[in-house]
Design a protein around this ligand. Structure first.
Ligand code: GAR
Length: 204
């Protein structure tokens, strides 16, 4: 069975990355991790990936000042060198330029800690609690030009309980993230494999 070469982009802890690496230990999983890259050289997830025997790259965005695209061109060179066929953003905390998104659209997915389209951006759990929502959750979506705006692949829901704080809710959602992301990545791989090199989205 064809497995897509998977690059995972992280900025920190990398617990979602770890969940993906774990799922991909199954030889029947449709993605094979070939690279873990971070914009932060001190990201803990880089050590976890190295220990698992996965190639890593650290491209420090600070070295590029305000030039986001120059940072992305350096990142893209690493992705191409590794033979990347699908990108999973896993706690990658850089907003991507239209150039990078345009290049990888239909081959790049992200996990976001809210029930999209609710709470794009940051502080999602705090905002859900303040709004009095009964449920929080997470979404895996295709990455498109608008931040956290691409088509949703899959979502998981958790209750918001009385007395929840941002931290308690984040912890409850994270458990679901680790289950959802491997499933959604497998679905994305199947879509790519079914449609050729990348998924084309109808004009909306
Ligand atoms: C996860 O909760 C992920 O959903 C979130 O950052 C955390 C990363 O944790 N992503 C975003 O907020 C993206 N906008 P991890 O490094 O342990 O996977």
């Amino acid at each position: 069975m064809k497995r897509l070469n998977l690059a995972i982009l992280i900025s920190g802890r990398g617990s979602n990355m770890e969940a993906l690496l774990h799922a991909a230990e199954d030889p029947d999983y449709p993605a094979r991790p070939i690279l873990v890259a971070s914009n932060r050289p001190d990201a803990k997830g880089l050590d976890t990936a190295s220990s698992a025997g996965i190639a890593t790259a650290a491209i420090d965005h600070k070295a590029f000042g305000k030039d986001r695209e120059a940072f992305e061109r350096a990142l893209d060179a690493e992705l191409e060198k590794a033979g990347t066929e699908i990108i999973a953003l896993a706690g990658f905390m850089r907003v991507l330029t239209p150039w990078f998104v345009g290049k990888w659209e239909g081959r790049m997915i992200n996990i976001h800690p809210s029930l999209l389209p609710k709470y794009r951006g940051l502080h999602t759990h705090q905002r859900a609690i303040e709004a009095g929502d009964a449920e929080g959750g997470c979404s895996v979506h295709w990455v498109s030009a608008g931040v956290d705006e691409g088509r949703v692949i899959a979502q998981a829901r958790v209750p918001i309980l009385p007395g929840d704080t941002e931290d308690t809710l984040a912890a409850r959602v994270l458990v679901e993230e680790h289950k959802l992301y491997p499933e959604a990545l497998a679905m994305a791989c199947q879509q790519i494999l079914n449609s050729g090199r990348k998924v084309e989205f109808p004009e909306s």
